[in-house]
Design a protein around this ligand. Sequence first.
Ligand code: ADP
Length: 457
Amino acid sequence: MKIQIKIALLFTSLIAVFVILLSGFVYYFADRNYFQDFFKRLEIRAVIAAKANLEADENNVSIYNEIRREHLEKLPYEKEYIFKIDGSGDIQDTLKALSLPASFLTETLAKKESLYRHNSVFYLGFLYTVNRQNYLIVMSAKNEFGIEYMKNLRSVLIIGAPLCIILALSISLLFSRNILRPVRKITERAKDISSKNLHLRLEVKDGSDELGELALTFNNMLDRLETSFEVQNNFVSNASHELRTPLTTIMGEAEWALGKSRDEEDYKKTLAVIARQADRLDHITKNLLHLAQTGFDGKTQDFKKIRIDELLLEVQRSVVDFHPESIIELDFSLLPEDEEKLYVMGNSQLLQLAFSNIILNGCKYSNYKPVRVALASANETTIILIEDKGIGIPSNELKYIFAPFFRASNTGAYKGYGIGLPLTQNILRMHGGSITVNSSVQKGTVVMVKLPIANLD
Ligand code: ADP
């Protein structure tokens, strides 16, 4: 069943229960009120009738008769009966003739008053005592107005309640249709989006409500999907290009050398080129292998407790050994006082590889200007900032830098393969960490690495 129908039915059922309960209450209380009021009128008339008929003082009798005449309008089919209670069975017979039950008399004797209703005729029994003689006054009348009123009320409620329910159903259908319209739009738009037109986005009118949030989340997901589709598309062509360039050179050089006899010097030069290109191939394939291996999560079996400041010192040494022109300034001024906070769980070789990649990039892309490496900790996380004053990364290309083989458009003059950062990201993810890069062209780049502090116990 569609959610729209579900909402409408739920809403209507609630309204129906409410309307039925309310109608029941209205009917019950109107009925009670009307009939109590009528019995009250009968009671007044019964008292006056008793006084007018049984009072000894003539003056009072005439006053009561006048009250009856002048102030008490006759009720429809109003009748009064006065019985002397003397133990004879006559009263019961007469009451029976009036269709009154035997309990009517006993109840009146016990409670001094009793009420009885037969269809539209109402009876009030009333016990009156004069000179130690008990009398039963029975007053009856037809409650025509009350019966008619209740009949009308019943008709109004019987017609009104279903009408209300039908109205509630229509309104709730309209209401739920309106509420779910944006969802339908999202569905229709989402149906149009496929791998061929991943650039399409959902319309976000108001990002603050739930549906706006849903559309925003969906759009963000599409952004990521589009980027990863582009990355995938570029990966194969980039990879084959990166592998083919050294291969073509090797094949060309070998062909040239084999074409005819050459000098020893020429052979040496050719072999040197071949060795360099083979070295490059080796580097690329090794990195690719690493990338593939670190792409799998959960390889935590050989993780050890590592002091991150010592690891950074080690990286500094090895980078400077490899590229003596590198200047790496380690800033440990924000080092946590608690030494335990310097430990992370990890694989020392892989983490060294990750930090070397980032620091080497900083040195390379700043033409070996000083690179600052700062270490700090916050809550359960170690933060390492690597900052250079190099060429930076164009802002529109930032989102691709973790894609294998991607190289920014301003790196033409620098050697590289575009595998270092994806590998670094994989290594950090394996360690439960993250890497974010902020950069502006010609100003420099700041790389922030976060790693969880090793469990202190
Ligand atoms: P590469 O071998 O090209 O350096 P990486 O995977 O290490 O490959 O980096 C990917 C790309 O990210 C680089 O080609 C470069 O465009 C950009 N990049 C990474 N670090 C820096 C940096 N510190 N300064 C400027 N650009 C950088």
